[in-house]
Design a protein around this ligand. Structure first.
Ligand SMILES: [Zn+2]
Length: 385
């Protein structure tokens, strides 16, 4: 549900779309420019005489930027391969400025697997840094200055990626390891809350540091971490709540939809009367699709009397009354539909469910829980859920 915004696809790996986040696109040219400018000093650090390097500083800058891109890619691929081997399903890989997001449709169920999945990225980066560093050292005597310089910088980038991602700043990898290690004792919700507070504290630190050092990269990273920590804590809380609420308690009940044989004129009248954008289409009392106001409106007036709801309906994504709210919300996101059709276990229409239904239902449920909490004896409130 996250990370897909602000990014576009560049390819795929075993059918998983690989996306690039705009933050990486902004950073690459800036990095190329900055590195080109600091070229002489960079050469000094690598103990390579800059006058003996061929190629312009700008070209080297570009090469380093592409190197960062490749390093982030390898880092992210390590997370993904591990998740796939653990039987997880990865929805997409998004490459961001520092690291990335491997979006899982289902997080590893065991905390140990989550910790290992988080650790495998930074460890791969550090291993790469060691290998590249070793190669730099081996080439000390022989080898061209150009190659040594390039290897040295790739080693540094990977070391930075590995160490930075290990900081316990949730939702970065280190923070995920912390969360996984707390989940056994505190439960998923409390563990995420603790990790999220740590993440936001780190974000504030990075923010202050960014201002003091006038570093725009660090400022962007700080914002990402802050928002990510907050967003994930919210999502985990929502999941914990919704898993306990059946769809029956959230939906808008509805026994009758637009008949599949109804004319579009009748359908339009029905949509307007109900003040709805979408209505289920039924045959007997079973849903067969749903019809959208804008689609009906786009049909010329003259044709509305002769054409039927069946001709313009879209497929219905169905959820059962007794499934839980989290399953429903995930299905909505995965199928990218604004509304689910709710059915009885025997397949007859029972209602509809959209994001507003879920939000309203959750607010009611939480208010009820709070009232119950106030009445309960103290020892009861403090028992973990
Ligand atoms: Zn990572």
């Amino acid at each position: 549900m996250r990370a897909a915004r602000g990014s576009f696809q560049i390819g795929s790996f075993r059918g998983i779309p690989i996306r690039v986040h705009f933050s990486l696109l902004i950073v690459l040219p800036v990095l190329a420019f900055l590195f080109g400018g600091a070229f002489r000093r960079a050469a000094e650090v690598a103990e390579v005489p800059s006058e003996r390097l061929s190629g312009s500083p700008a070209l080297w800058g570009l090469a380093v930027a592409v190197g960062l891109f490749a390093s982030v890619f390898v880092h992210e691929l390590a997370h993904t391969v591990y998740a796939l081997r653990r039987g997880g399903t990865v929805r997409s890989i998004t490459l961001m400025m520092v690291g990335g997001v491997s979006e899982l449709t289902e997080a590893p169920p065991r905390p140990r697997d989550e910790a290992l999945m988080a650790a495998v990225g930074p460890l791969t980066s550090i291993l790469l840094a060691v290998l590249l560093g070793g190669a730099t050292w081996l080439l000390q005597e022989a080898g061209s200055f150009n190659l040594r310089f390039a290897l040295f910088y790739m080693a540094s980038l990977n070391l930075f990626l590995g160490v930075f991602n290990l900081l316990p700043a949730f939702p970065m990898d280190g923070g995920r390891i912390v969360r996984a290690s707390l989940t056994g004792r505190l439960g998923a919700v409390r563990a995420t809350q603790v990790a999220s507070v740590m993440g936001r504290a780190f974000a504030v630190l990075f923010g202050v540091w960014a201002v003091l050092s006038l570093n725009p990269f660090l400022a962007i990273i700080a914002v990402f971490i802050f928002m990510g920590a907050q967003g994930e804590a919210q999502q985990v809380r929502m999941k914990a709540t919704l898993e306990r609420v059946p769809v029956a308690d959230l939906m808008t009940p509805r026994r009758v939809g637009v008949g599949a044989a109804a004319s579009l004129e009748e359908t339009l009248w029905e949509l307007r009367r109900e003040r709805l954008l979408l209505l289920p289409v039924t045959e007997g009392d079973r849903p067969v699709g749903q019809v959208a106001l804008e689609v009906v409106r786009s049909v010329p007036d003259a044709e509305r009397m002769t054409r039927t709801a069946r001709e313009v309906m879209q497929r219905a994504v169905v959820v059962r009354l007794d499934e839980d709210g989290w399953v429903a919300l995930r299905r909505m996101a995965e199928e990218e539909v604004p509304q689910l059709i709710v059915v009885e276990p025997d397949g007859t229409l029972a209602g509809t469910l959209d994001v507003n239904d879920v939000q309203r239902g959750m607010t009611l449920y939480q208010a009820r829980e709070e009232r119950r909490g106030q009445r309960a004896p103290r020892w009861r409130q403090e028992r973990p859920a």
